[in-house]
Design a binder for this molecule. Structure first.
Ligand code: NAD
Length: 398
């Protein structure tokens, strides 16, 4: 037992602790967004594995599978448990809440905390699946990690967020000082590009699916999806054409290869879903993205087009993964959940505002305050309905 009043503690912009009740409220809101807004009569998935299941798109997809289809889920993630006076990470508390609500609603859930890149964690997952979740009909691959220890070589690869080929100059928000400042990013060298592809490319996804195939754990018609981002041209030098974009190209290659294997053996499918930009721990770390994410949401709200992770995943599951539903694909075979973000009228408004923003008008011309609030809420802070003056239990587990 460890009951404490938890105040947000930050190092620079990043929160270094998390609030269990705030995380619980976030999970509850997402559960309701699925349970209360699910089209009647949809059937589909029974056994779902989500890799990267504790925050962001992975958590939302796990919730959509569980409360939309009553699927049994295995979630894999890498989170820090509570330790003495230190709170756990937000993804840990999200998972505690996920299990509590799943138990309440008699949904089966299993979770594995550890390094998904490792052979050891993969073997543990195989054991759980063999016992509890066989045959798997969907694997969601939603890892976002700054580094990967290669399971064969032991080499630690660190990903970088840099342009490729030439420097990129733009403006960004210096998150600590809340200043709009010019930024020039030097291009990555060959090793940095290769390292980023090793971390965020398709190799690990490929290994997961190959293992599940070899172990005979996939269902007829099994599918697997990984997530990508394309975004508007103003972010391309750092995203689509940068090191992370190279990794996403490699993910595309893995999708094509896995698709061939799954189609041949199971009449299954592997594909990429290109999702919209949302505030997550991973996306806030990308230069220029906080600037973009301060401008985009108010424009989307004005057009009644705004979606968070859970609304995006609801659309993925209802329109593309339910029985008999095969939503549209782009010419490369990808699902495009970023269609609303990329509408010309939305992008025109963002582009018109972009050069006008200065340090002085940051809070009046953009929704930087909303970006900041949303970022803090990822850690369970500044969440509506939570009484932050009350002591809460931090020593929680599922
Ligand atoms: P996130 O940071 O919210 O979630 C990352 C997840 O990966 C967490 O569950 C974390 O525990 C897990 N993880 C990290 N390292 C791990 C490891 N070694 N072993 C096991 N688990 C590990 O990230 P997110 O923004 O939801 O991103 C998920 C995917 O969606 C990424 O491929 C990202 O590129 C893509 N995407 C994100 C956005 C966006 O705007 N956030 C947009 C489009 C696509």
């Amino acid at each position: 037992m460890s009951r404490e009043i938890i105040q947000r503690r930050s190092r620079g912009f990043i929160c270094v602790n998390a609030h269990p009740e705030g995380c619980r409220a976030n999970v509850e809101r997402q559960v309701r967004a699925i349970a209360d807004h699910w089209p009647a009569g949809l059937t589909g998935l029974r056994n779902v594995v989500v890799i990267g299941a504790s925050t962001g798109y992975g958590l939302a997809s796990r919730i959509a599978a569980a409360w939309g289809f009553e699927a049994r889920t295995l979630g894999v993630f890498f989170e820090r448990p509570p330790e003495g006076p230190k709170t756990a990470t937000a993804g840990w508390y999200n998972t505690v809440a996920f299990h509590d609500y799943a138990r309440r609603d008699t949904l089966f859930a299993a979770s594995l905390n550890g390094d998904a890149f490792s052979d050891d964690l993969k073997r543990q997952a195989v054991e759980v699946i063999r016992r509890e979740l066989k045959p798997v009909d969907l694997v969601v691959y939603s890892l976002a990690s700054p580094k990967r220890t290669h399971p064969e070589t032991g080499v630690v690869h660190n990903s970088v967020l840099k342009p490729v080929g030439r420097p990129f100059s733009s403006r960004t928000i210096e998150l600590d000082s809340e200043k709009v400042v010019p930024v020039t990013l030097e291009p990555a060298n060959e090793k940095e590009i290769a390292d980023t592809v090793a971390v965020m490319g398709g190799d690990d996804w490929h290994r997961w699916i190959r293992l599940l195939l070899e172990e005979g754990l996939l269902a007829q018609g099994a599918r697997t999806v990984a997530f990508s981002y394309i975004g508007p041209a103003l972010t391309w030098p750092i995203y689509r054409d940068g090191t992370i974009g190279q990794a996403k190209n490699d993910l595309d290659r893995a999708a094509r290869d896995l698709d061939l294997q799954l189609t041949k053996r199971f009449r299954g499918n592997a594909f990429i879903s290109v999702n919209k930009a949302v505030v997550t721990q991973a996306s806030a770390a990308i230069p220029v993205v906080p600037f973009y994410l301060s401008l985009l949401p108010p424009v989307l709200r004005k057009h009644n087009l705004d979606e968070g992770c859970i609304e995006q995943m609801r659309r993925l599951f209802t329109d593309h993964l339910a029985d008999g539903k095969e939503g549209p694909r782009d010419p490369e075979g990808r699902i495009r959940l970023d269609d609303r973000e990329l509408r010309p009228e939305v992008q025109k408004e963002v582009l018109d505002l972009w050069p006008q923003v200065t340090t002085e008008n940051l809070r009046s011309l953009t929704d930087f305050a909303g970006f900041q609030r949303e970022f803090r809420s990822l850690f369970g802070f500044e969440v509506d309905g939570v009484d932050y003056d009350q002591p809460v239990e931090t020593d929680l587990s599922w």
